[in-house]
Design a protein. Structure first.
Length: 81
């Protein structure tokens, strides 16, 4: 089971994007998915080299994987040219 800190958006951003002190990250976009209405945040490093979507799950945890209701939509979206 994940600890409370491992569920936070800050922890996930630091884990996946590993921002350096001189290279902060910025929230580029935040909203809800169209299908499951799950919250998401698009975060990028200040230099724009690395960026990821983070999704909030029903238990309050943040993850790079969308909740089950939104996975099908994400696969179609990611696979489109």
């Amino acid at each position: 089971m994940k600890s409370t800190s491992e569920k936070s958006l800050r922890w996930q951003v630091e884990k996946w994007l590993a921002p350096a002190p001189g290279l902060p990250v910025h929230v580029i976009e935040f909203s809800r998915t169209t299908r499951g209405r799950s919250r998401y945040v698009y975060v990028a490093t200040a230099d724009g080299v690395r960026a990821l979507f983070f999704f909030r799950h029903d238990d309050g945890a943040w993850s790079v994987c969308p909740p089950a209701l939104d996975r099908r939509e994400s696969v179609v979206w990611l696979g489109s040219p």
